[in-house]
Ligand binder design. Structure first.
Ligand code: SF4
Length: 298
């Protein structure tokens, strides 16, 4: 965040009590609007079936790269007793789904700014807090229809303060563009906001500790779709013990949001043949979004 200012950096922070008052006022002032949005979201939850008969990787091949997030296929069991939303942070700063549905763009930015400020000061994971260059909150359109959800910052992200800016991030950009969208159209975030040393996988405790941050990001943005990039992102969000291979290919639900799991771009850099599988997943996404599926380019 410090090295790469995002729109959320342009807004002044709120203290926890002010945020609580801010959200309470919004909840009452937008009650009717909230009901309207909820009805629209419910009406749009009809899934369509995508054409899964052809392979269609439309982004160029890249050589192998060692990076965080390339652990597919894998099962990431959850620690016993992990709560759905660990109460690490004060309840006063939580942004429940029902409050954020009706937030206007500027208000979503303000809410994200509050969370980003908390993240910047967080030292919940002692090792990560002591080794990080900076926290990596998230970037993109706070009104995005789609959030891409990875596992943790790598070295490039730790230096630049923005998720998915290394070679895996460049591949993600090409995937997004292959879908007919741009990076700035979507929102990109990770499970962890701090880089695990050596790009190791996030520990169970670290994922649990950071959970309330990404949940609040997602419930503030309220995307229609969350695309989980990799096994860790998918199993952490969905609190599932299934493998990424088992989770791929169909939509799952997280708090009323459609969730699609696919392989992490870093895994694709090491295993280019898996690109066709990711493209199949993107076709499912595009079909459900009602967007055209671009022609195969190569
Ligand atoms: S990974 Fe998340 S919970 Fe852990 S120190 Fe960083 S911001 Fe805090």
């Amino acid at each position: 965040m410090d090295g790469q200012p995002t729109p959320t950096d342009k807004l002044a922070p709120l203290c926890p009590s002010s945020e609580r008052l801010f959200l309470a006022i919004l909840q009452y002032a937008r009650m009717w609007e909230h009901f309207g949005v909820t009805a629209l979201r419910t009406a749009s939850m009809t899934e369509t079936t995508a054409d899964m008969t052809t392979s269609n990787p439309v982004w160029p091949s890249q050589p192998c790269l060692s990076s965080a997030g390339a652990t597919e296929p894998a099962t990431v069991p959850l620690p016993k007793g992990t709560p759905a939303c660990p109460s690490v942070a004060s309840d006063a700063t939580s942004v429940p789904r029902t409050d954020s549905l009706s937030l206007r763009p500027s208000e979503r930015l303000q809410a994200l700014r509050v969370i980003a400020d908390e993240v910047r000061q967080c030292t919940q994971c002692a090792e990560l807090a002591s080794t990080r260059t900076q926290t990596v909150f998230g970037v993109g359109n706070p009104q995005a229809r789609v959030c891409f959800f990875g596992e943790a910052p790598g070295a490039d992200e730790d230096q630049q303060g923005e998720p998915f800016v290394g070679r895996a991030g460049q591949l993600l950009d090409r995937i997004i563009e292959a879908c007919g969208m741009k990076r700035q159209d979507v929102y990109i975030l990770n499970v962890l906001k701090c880089r695990p040393p050596g790009n190791r996988n996030p520990s169970r405790d670290e994922s649990a500790a950071c959970r309330h941050f990404f949940e609040r990001q997602l419930t503030t943005i309220q995307p229609e779709y969350i695309v989980c990039l990799g096994a860790i992102a998918a199993t952490t969000l969905l609190q599932s013990n299934l493998t990424i291979g088992q989770l791929r290919g169909s939509f799952h639900d997280w708090q009323g949001i459609k969730v699609l799991a696919t392989y992490h771009p870093a895994y694709l850099l090491r295993n280019p043949p898996a690109k066709k599988d990711v493209w199949q997943d993107m076709k499912i996404l595009l079909a459900d979004m009602g967007l055209p599926i671009p022609e195969q380019k190569g």
